[in-house]
Design a binder for this molecule. Structure first.
Ligand code: TUI
Length: 317
């Protein structure tokens, strides 16, 4: 009941993608998600091309299933990382934080499916024209770099505007969210924050702890003034950003404060002065378990909801 056209397009059992998360989703997490029947995605962030090649090769040894690589287009290495994913014949590439237009044909020439994240209907329309295979409509409930619209309003508008599969992202934390995304017309979902608390996720344990403790209003958006707003768990760093923004500090000062802070949190476990990027669903993540079990639970829950709703429809007829 949960199979959609996306499963066929990507060669996966369930239409669940694990969002590419810089310094968080490496080969180990991506392979575990793919082995569980979803699509694991290596998050490359600003990593150099050698790191990316190493993790692609590691993932190939850890799973026979398809997996993806996310390319963050603001990275100084974006072009070189794209060359690596072409050489390594990665099955799926997702992109974030920009327009991947100039890379699409070389990726598709080697059979790679290209799935950009889009924060607006206009960019969705433009990218459909370039022949991308699907789109990820990401709402501002997401962690990390976000657009302005919520998932609830973005997904149906993009579904109406294009004829390719649309994957909903942002604010999806459990099977109810998956059922809701399908109700909005999505062909699948992408979830990041929930998979940070997968057992196989190599992020610093303090980050997992912070997510498990998070309550409904514990994420905040910083950096709206820089043009690159980012959602993180509230901490001493986000308070420093608040202070700079309150006194309208120059953009350079805000950007300087952010340098190296994602690595500090995710790798070194500095959850006070580091950037703990996480989505609003952090408050819904309650335990650490293997990726396979997370996926199993999501699928059972979504199926049960869809079954119940289907039956209600029949009763009313
Ligand atoms: O990319 C993300 N989330 C991220 S990237 C990241 S690392 C980072 N490093 C430096 C500065 C900012 C972030 C942490 N989290 N999500 C996908 C996403 N893409 N969200 C929004 C967009 C987006 C924004 C504008 C996609 C396309 C776009 O197009 C603008 C254009 O060029 O037309």
């Amino acid at each position: 009941m949960l199979q959609t056209e996306l499963c066929e397009l990507l060669g996966i059992d369930y239409p669940i993608l694990q969002g590419g998360m810089a310094w968080v989703s490496d080969a180990r997490l991506a392979a575990a998600v793919s082995n569980g029947g979803g699509l694991g995605i290596i998050g490359t962030g600003q990593a150099p091309p050698d790191w990316v090649r190493e993790h692609i090769r590691a993932a190939k040894t850890l799973t026979d299933r398809p997996f993806g690589v996310n390319v963050m287009l603001l990275s100084p290495f974006a072009e070189e990382v794209m060359r690596v994913v072409v050489e390594e014949r990665v099955v799926v590439v997702t992109t974030g934080a920009g327009n991947p237009g100039k890379y699409i044909s070389e990726l598709q020439e080697v059979g790679t499916r290209v799935i950009p994240v889009v924060p607006s209907v206009a960019l969705a329309r433009r990218l459909e024209q370039t022949g991308v295979n699907a789109l990820i409509a990401e709402g501002m409930e997401s962690g990390g770099h976000i657009g302005e619209l919520t998932t609830m309003v973005l997904v149906p508008q993009i579904v109406d505007a294009v004829d390719i599969p649309v994957i909903a992202a942002g604010g999806i934390g459990d099977g109810r969210g998956i059922a809701a995304a399908l109700a909005l017309g999505a062909a699948g979902v992408q979830m990041g924050t929930r998979f940070i608390c997968a057992e196989e996720c190599t992020v610093h344990p303090k980050v997992k702890e912070r997510i498990l403790e998070a309550r409904d209003r514990d994420t905040v958006v910083s950096g709206r003034l820089t043009g690159h707003p980012v959602r993180c768990l509230r901490n001493k760093l986000t308070r420093q950003f608040d202070e700079l923004e309150a006194r309208q500090a120059p953009v350079e000062e805000l950007e300087k404060l952010g340098v190296g802070k994602l690595r500090a949190a995710m790798v070194n476990g500095d959850v006070e002065y580091g950037s703990v990027m996480a989505g609003q669903v952090a408050a819904m993540v309650r335990e650490i378990k293997p990726a396979r079990e997370i996926i199993r639970e999501l699928v059972l829950e979504a199926r049960e909801i869809l079954r119940r709703m289907g039956r209600t429809g029949e009763n009313e007829r």
